[in-house]
Design a protein around this ligand. Structure first.
Ligand SMILES: C[S@@+](CC[C@H](N)C(=O)[O-])C[C@H]1O[C@@H](n2cnc3c(N)ncnc32)[C@H](O)[C@@H]1O
Length: 384
């Protein structure tokens, strides 16, 4: 494959982090837009992106772009794609579509039209049709329709990249692994000193920080993972899958894992089941020697030394009663930071901007991130 255009989808607010990760893997012509990052490279770049990107949701490879002012134009243009370059009649596929600001406004209807066009092309040429498998398609097809133009892509990731494979169990309100990685990406930690999450839940932030500190490609975890029913990545089921190249890249990634981290990574939670789950997740990720999860009350936190970061995702409650109760947690935790954590830098993530005021400390920086549809803040505090 020669120089090709790819697109990494990303949650709003994380695009520049994804761009930074793409620079690190040698992608070219990187261009951010809302909801993702365009980049160019070869097959190797595509494989590296899936293996190494921590924050992106999926990596797409556009294969056609055309005007689709009406359903017939959509159908004709999809039918004209050389599908046999990418699949055989025995390849199962599924179409995922999103529409915006277009004459064709129903995503489900557009997906059906695209499916019909693919099926009809095979039936006319070969007398047989490929089957749709919505749950575990061999070839997931993605269509993005905006302003009456359609970009048709193959989904190289298959399953979304946040499914690393280590989180079989989760506590209430777990962060997506990719969002936790975005938080870790914004935290300035030098891999030395302490990294503490005092309200760790299922341990996602600490685990993502450990992977980063160890230079451990998140995609390596997925290589042998079949929790979702499928092993690995979408591109491994493509006709042009280069097993030798993929083997070289995964070997190289395995050899690059740092076995020693100078700093210490710790997670605490008041809930015993949460600590059990976080420890199990760390074990599944193969990180149990590098992290520790212990039961503890954040309001009694008294970290050792005076160097490191405190990073946590505070509960933000949905019902009014819960929010009232949480005010004292925010105020109490703010006092703990002020009185017992001098020298540290704290990064608090919350989806409730009103509650954030109850921390009572002056923010040094604030970042806007989205947890699904919820607008959240990562607040940085320098603790003197
Ligand atoms: C929003 S969840 C964290 C989710 C986590 N980031 C994850 O990805 O799974 C908040 C956590 O704070 C914990 N928590 C609440 N009050 C606490 C306290 N006083 N001390 C320690 N943990 C507390 C809860 O048990 C819960 O697991």
């Amino acid at each position: 494959m020669t120089n090709t255009h790819f697109f990494a989808t990303a949650a709003k607010g994380t695009e520049s982090l994804v761009a930074r990760e793409l620079i690190a893997i040698g992608a070219r012509n990187i261009r951010t837009t809302v909801g993702g990052v365009h980049f160019e490279g070869e097959l190797e770049t595509l494989y590296r992106a899936n293996l190494w990107l921590q924050t992106a949701n999926r990596v797409l490879m556009p294969i056609a772009e055309f005007a689709c002012p009406n359903p017939q134009a959509l159908y004709e243009n999809v039918r004209n794609v050389r599908w046999r370059d990418w699949m055989t009649v025995d390849t199962t596929f599924a179409v995922d579509c999103n529409c915006r600001d277009s004459q064709i406004s129903h995503s489900h209807y557009a997906a059906l039209k695209i499916k019909d066009a693919i099926v009809d092309r095979f039936r006319d040429e070969m007398g047989r049709r490929p089957n749709v498998d919505r749950r575990q398609p061999m070839l997931p097809v993605n269509a993005h329709i905006a302003k009456d133009r359609c970009v048709l892509s193959l989904d190289a990731s298959g399953d979304r990249l946040h499914r690393r494979g280590y989180r079989r169990q989760a506590t209430d309100a777990p962060l997506r692994e990719t969002l936790a990685a975005a938080i870790v990406g914004l935290v300035e930690w030098d891999n030395e000193g302490m990294f503490i999450d005092p309200m760790c839940g299922s341990g996602t932030i600490v685990i993502e920080a450990t992977l980063k500190a160890m230079n451990h490609a998140p995609g390596l975890l997925r290589c042998g993972y079949d929790g979702s029913g499928q092993v690995g990545f979408g591109f491994q089921r493509w006709r042009n899958f280069d097993k030798k190249l993929w083997g070289r890249l995964t070997d190289e990634a395995r050899h690059g894992v740092r076995e020693r981290i100078p700093g210490r990574l710790l997670g605490y939670d008041i809930s015993r089941p949460a600590i059990h789950i976080a420890s199990e997740n760390a074990k599944l990720a193969g990180l149990e020697r590098h992290v520790r999860f212990m039961r503890g009350d954040a309001l009694k936190l008294s970290p050792r030394g005076n160097r490191g970061v405190i990073v946590c995702n505070l509960p933000y409650g949905e019902r009014t009663g819960e929010v009232e109760e949480l005010k004292s947690l925010y105020t109490g935790f703010g006092n703990v930071l002020k009185q017992r954590c001098a020298g540290y830098t704290a990064y608090l993530f919350t989806g409730n901007l009103k509650l954030a005021k109850w921390i009572g400390l002056r923010t040094a920086k604030r970042f806007t991130l989205y947890n699904g549809p919820i607008e959240c803040r990562l607040l940085k505090y320098e603790l003197f």
